[in-house]
Write a protein that binds this ligand. Structure first.
Ligand code: GTP
Ligand code: MG
Length: 310
């Protein structure tokens, strides 16, 4: 956790604070490298090591360094400031993938389905997003689609109470598709603007989980026209590049439309965000930078890239 006090409302300083561990790792290496007035081949090699150490992965690191190498070849040498700008531009470009979120439907509800392995941060992220929507004056309903893990339903209900959102829940062990069916019906009947669907992160097997998520997705698509409007995969930033394989598995099974990277504040592997977005060609929608209800930031590629290298 951070020891600096972040500016309360400054988006950029909150993001910088969340990225602190990743940036400190990079900065230490970059400052050593960029200490001299000009850059040489040795600096490029050092740069490659620094980027790899922040979990950018070999392919993304190569893609980031390509324009830097070209500039170096063309000019023989280039200065540290120009190099930082090149790197930030490139990272921003690599993060600029996928489509923007679908527009809010003319007829409510807008439905978001949340996926992710156990402990990745789904329920907390749902609470944070629900609070954003509530603060914007929207009516929010939560669906307790994780009926498998002990106390998962209660956890969502407690968040619902804190935030002022109703929760549709059945008993522990009930069929999640039936919960989601009821939630879709209730959201439509009550004119709810945002329905957020929580799901299990673990069942008896991973195959069971994927089958269940497909079923839930089908129920939503059948009950609400055009839904789910977003299918967001919540990844734990602390697993770094392992997120690539996880994202691939969920995307293949269910069809993900965007990513949420939780726990960015707890890792020096924040570079993996770039690798995951680029490899899967999926946009990052939000990042989690703490455990509190306000610790969620809309994701902006340019701001992220700037925060990474500043
Ligand atoms: N530091 C930090 N912790 C977070 C963040 N997001 C979630 N957490 C913590 O991560 C832990 C797991 O979060 P949950 O939201 O319960 O994860 P989940 O994916 O719903 O887990 P299951 O219900 O077991 O599948 C909790 O202790 C959260 O407080 C974040 O952005 N930063
Ligand atoms: Mg959960």
């Amino acid at each position: 956790m951070s020891t600096e006090t972040p500016a309360p409302s400054g988006f950029f300083s909150r993001l910088r604070d969340g990225l602190r561990k990743t940036r400190d790792g990079l900065r230490e290496k970059l400052e050593g490298l960029f200490g001299g007035a000009t850059l040489d081949e040795g600096v490029l090699e050092g740069l490659e090591e620094a980027l790899l150490a922040s979990d950018l992965g070999p392919a993304t690191t190569a893609a980031i360094l390509e324009p830097a190498r070209a500039a170096f070849r063309r000019q023989g040498a280039t200065n540290a400031e120009a190099m930082r700008a090149l790197l930030a531009d490139r990272v921003a470009a690599l993060l600029n993938v996928g489509s923007p979120p679908a527009p809010v439907p003319g007829v409510p509800p807008h439905v978001t389905l949340f996926l992710g392995v156990n402990g990745s941060g789904k329920t907390t992220t749902i609470a944070k997003l629900a609070k954003r929507y509530r603060d914007a004056g929207e009516r929010v309903l939560l669906a307790a689609g994780d009926t498998f893990r002990a106390a998962a339903i209660e956890q969502l209900q407690i968040w619902g109470q804190r935030i002022g959102a109703d929760v549709i829940a059945h008993r522990s062990g009930a069929d999640p598709a039936a919960v989601v069916f009821d939630a879709c019906k209730a959201a439509t009947a009550r004119g709810i603007q945002r329905l957020l669907v929580d799901t299990a992160g673990r069942l008896h097997t991973r195959q069971n989980l994927m089958e269940e998520l497909k079923k839930i997705h089908r129920v939503i698509a059948r009950e609400v026209p055009g839904a789910p409007h977003e299918t967001l995969l919540v990844l734990d930033a602390t697993i770094g590049l392992n997120g690539v394989a996880q994202a691939r598995e969920f995307h293949h099974a269910v069809g993900v439309t965007g990513l949420i990277i939780a726990k960015l504040d707890g890792t020096a592997k924040g570079g993996a965000v770039v690798a995951i977005a680029q490899t899967l060609q999926l946009p990052v929608r939000y990042v989690g930078v703490g455990e509190g209800p306000d610790d969620l930031q809309p994701f902006d590629p340019r701001e992220f890239a700037t925060a990474l290298f500043s």
